[in-house]
Design a protein around this ligand. Sequence first.
Ligand code: GDD
Ligand code: MG
Length: 397
Amino acid sequence: MYLESPRYTERFGSVRINDIQKVVALDSGLKSEIPPHGAMGVVKICEDTIKDFEDKMAIVIPIKNEKLKLFEGVISGIPHDCLIIVVSNSQKEPVDRFRMEKDTLNQMCRYTYRSAYIVHQKDARVGEAMKQAGYTELVDENSLVRNGKAEGMVIGLLMAKLAGKEYVGFVDADNYSPGSILEYVRIFAAGFSMAKSPYSMVRILWHYKPKFSGGMYFRKWGRVSETTNKCFNSLISSRTGFETNIIKTGNAGEHAMSLKLAELLPYASGYAVEPQELVSIFEQFGGSLPSGPADVVRYGLDLFQIETRNPHLHEDKGTEHLGGMLLAGLSTIYHSPLCDEETKQLIISQLTIQKAMKPKQEPPKPHINRPPCKVHIGEFVKHMEPHLETCSALYED
Ligand code: GDD
Ligand code: MG
């Protein structure tokens, strides 16, 4: 794979925020004709390097009642050496969609000789293991994990830890293009290979997100992401005193982290999760507030934003859904102790203009699940390990 080299990096405390790097070519061949780093502003990421990182990576797919055909396509796009972890919150009655997902995954794993896990978000054993770990805010009054994509992600990343992986990536299940899934994961691997620190994150920016209305329109920026990025940049500018537009992936659902970093971050409920990750990175490592672990301050944190070649084609879930997503995302910035008055006003005006909130209201505080490092991960592992085999896609019950 050829990527633009990280030509521009902005620093925010210990965080190195790299500006967008585009994928120049999806494949770079076997012959090493250019030096591995530095030629012509382009980095060559060798196939072996990509494969090495894929082998250390788990890909978590959160899914809730998506079309089976889409799910089937998504899993077919995940590189063979990655461990697939599906966390499903799909219905079991009257139609058992979870069963259908399990069967689909089982078939793919049998035919292609690979392993995968699939677990239901409402599996009582998972809820119990979370409770034993002290993750009280993640479970409801019935001792089951709460609803939400973020909650599914937490299950997935703890399973990745249990499976001994070093990196965890997230891809949605409602993607129409298996080839773009392959690209996302290759980008994750490429990003990690460029990191200098063991604490790293790769966030995907889609080349285009086409809209269908009669013909096809290759739209680049969605309204939600444009606004979220604007508010993030306002927050950074207010802290550094220099206006910036460095953040371009505030909402990136497709993203990946080293597990070392994943364990340090809190996970806000539902769709607030991705913006909250960035907010927390800036809070813990941005230098304005008391710092996070000394190790991160020493090594720094590498944040990559990489733009795909493939367009992003996913299910359209309607405008109401987008309003909720905007509100959830901006509330994480609004309620951060880092947020200045000007950014707060910007958030309120954007939410009101876009009718995501009524005038004269404040965005609600997000529900935050503590970072895994603050709970007893060991207890989760102890309680889940005996059930791991039954979560395997190859397990026949
Ligand atoms: N396990 C689980 N539990 N999965 C869920 C749940 C849940 O409660 N709710 C939704 N999902 C799954 C969906 O099935 C899908 O695979 C994925 O999470 C994303 O949900 P969508 O409802 O499709 O979200 P979106 O497409 O509007 O937004 C996506 O892109 C945004 C912008 O990049 C999400 O990834 C957002 O988190 C992201 O901010
Ligand atoms: Mg979607």
